[in-house]
Design a protein around this ligand. Structure first.
Ligand SMILES: Cc1cc2nc3c(=O)[nH]c(=O)nc-3n(C[C@H](O)[C@H](O)[C@H](O)COP(=O)(O)OP(=O)(O)OC[C@H]3O[C@@H](n4cnc5c(N)ncnc54)[C@H](O)[C@@H]3O)c2cc1C
Length: 430
């Protein structure tokens, strides 16, 4: 480890909150290093279809932001990289180790994807949430930034087909992990959230019944670069005509260790229901919910718009999902108004999975400890008057790393984190 790099601020996480924080500070003249563990910038937002309550195209909003971040002269971006061993040496002085993982493809890559055509290995595509396959060498997705391929070395057969076809000579199997030391004056944690894993509720059948999918898989089916040519049932490719949503899957549920509300599922399910009705005008869509939480600006109107379009809202708690031989699904649920157990048949079920803490950040620090809240999110030590402050002076939090929130609130939170960071750099706020 030889190279030393110096910046004003380290931003960890390249989702919308990390990008917004980095841009705010870079525009004020601060030098920012943005470290993203994935192959591309954009976080979860870049995988969404449209956004509630305006139904604007998610990619159209987020790609200009990604592009502005990636071109800013004051921002140095490290994708497919992580930081570790963050040490606080003094006020305004942190050191850390930057780990750059090997892609086995150099920056000479033009993103032409000829290598993908020749690669013989097919594995699940994590960017299509496993609905379809990808090759062992792959450009993550069409609007990835940077648009550079990577080799998934764990699944690569080392056949060399990619090397033979690459006109840019970008394949380099000798690449190794690189470590360097970085020095910064302040840190922003923007590591985002994890999706709830629905296999933790086996009675819903996710992973056993192919026509039970997650809301993120439905997001992918609704984007223009979707895995199939329409919204389809994964089991048999049939166009569904009676789709159910199970809200609060893994949220407000003590039994799975996540008692809190995920804040976005009521609205993203209402959004998807409207988009599904646009894609499949003959389809019936039913949302099973405990309470509809439409608390934000324009949310109640958006909910009423869904009702007006014919989306059926059933106040019911789904207990179990069973599969019939033809792949259709039987939902057993408690009708909350009558207290009766009811049954309904649907040909596809979408689990509206909740948001969970990504506790990655807690492992990053060495000589200082970052406090977690009771739900494993970054603890906001002064949530009412200084919501971005953490238990470590000079370390701030942005976006869903501090708790579930939607995109506008993540952007507001990033505004607060970057303003507080700028104040700290000037010798003010902690
Ligand atoms: C199905 C679904 C639909 C949604 N639809 C909407 C919608 O229509 N409108 C809306 O407002 N909101 C919606 N949301 C919520 C939206 O996804 C979040 O509000 C937003 O993505 C939060 O951004 P973020 O930057 O905080 O986190 P993320 O998007 O999670 O980004 C965090 C980034 O940090 C990176 N990272 C994590 N750990 C590390 C590490 N250790 N080192 C480096 N990098 C790291 C991750 O790879 C990621 O790129 C939806 C959510 C879901 C699940």
């Amino acid at each position: 480890m030889t190279e030393k790099k110096e910046f004003d601020v380290l931003v960890i996480g390249g989702g919308i909150a990390g990008e917004e924080s980095a841009l705010n500070l870079a525009n004020q003249g601060y030098k920012v290093i943005l470290v993203e563990k994935d192959l591309s910038l954009g976080g979860k937002m870049i995988h969404l279809s449209k956004v509630f309550p305006t139904l604007d195209c998610a990619a159209c909003i987020t790609t200009p932001k990604v592009s502005e971040t990636s071109r800013h002269p004051n921002i140095s971006i490290y994708t497919y990289s992580e930081v570790k061993d963050i040490n606080k040496k003094a006020e305004h002085s942190f050191s850390a180790t930057l780990v750059e993982k090997p892609r086995f493809v150099t920056d000479a890559c033009t993103g032409c994807q000829l290598c993908e055509e020749k690669c013989p290995v097919v594995v699940d595509d994590q960017y299509q949430y496993d609905l379809v396959g990808r090759k062992a060498i792959y450009v993550p997705f069409s609007i990835a930034n940077p648009r550079i391929a990577a080799i998934d070395i764990d699944n690569c057969s080392l056949c060399g087909a990619c090397e033979k076809v690459c006109a840019a000579g970008a394949i380099d199997f000798s690449m190794e992990q690189k470590e360097s030391e970085i020095h910064v004056k302040s840190v922003i944690i923007a590591t985002g959230y994890n999706l709830f894993d629905p296999t933790l509720i086996p009675r819903y059948g996710f992973g056993q019944f192919k026509n039970v999918i997650t809301s993120m898989q439905m997001e992918r089916q609704l984007v223009p670069t979707r895995p199939y040519n329409n919204v389809l049932r994964p089991k048999d490719g049939k166009v569904p005509d009676n789709i159910a949503y199970v809200l609060c899957t893994g949220s407000r549920d003590e039994s799975v260790g996540n008692p809190i509300c995920s804040q976005v599922c009521c609205m993203y399910s209402t959004k998807q229901a409207q988009l599904v009705m646009g894609a499949l005008p003959m389809a019936d869509v039913t949302l099973y919910y405990i309470n509809i939480r439409a608390f934000g600006k324009g949310f109640e109107e958006f909910y009423q718009q869904g009702k007006g379009m014919g989306v059926e809202f059933v106040k019911g708690k789904v207990g179990k999902i069973e599969e019939k031989n033809n792949g259709d699904l039987i939902l057993r649920y408690e009708d909350i108004e009558s207290g009766k157990v009811m049954e309904a048949e649907h040909d596809m079920v979408v689990l509206s999975v909740g948001l969970q803490a990504n506790a990655d950040y807690s492992e990053l620090f060495d000589n200082v400890k970052i406090e977690q809240d009771p739900f494993n999110y970054v603890n906001q030590v002064d949530i009412l008057t200084s919501p971005s402050a953490t238990s470590i002076p000079g370390v701030f939090v942005a976006g869903t790393a501090s708790g579930p929130m939607d995109i506008p609130d993540s952007i507001l939170s990033a505004g607060s984190a970057s303003a507080q960071t700028a104040g700290y750099l000037k010798g003010g706020a902690k």
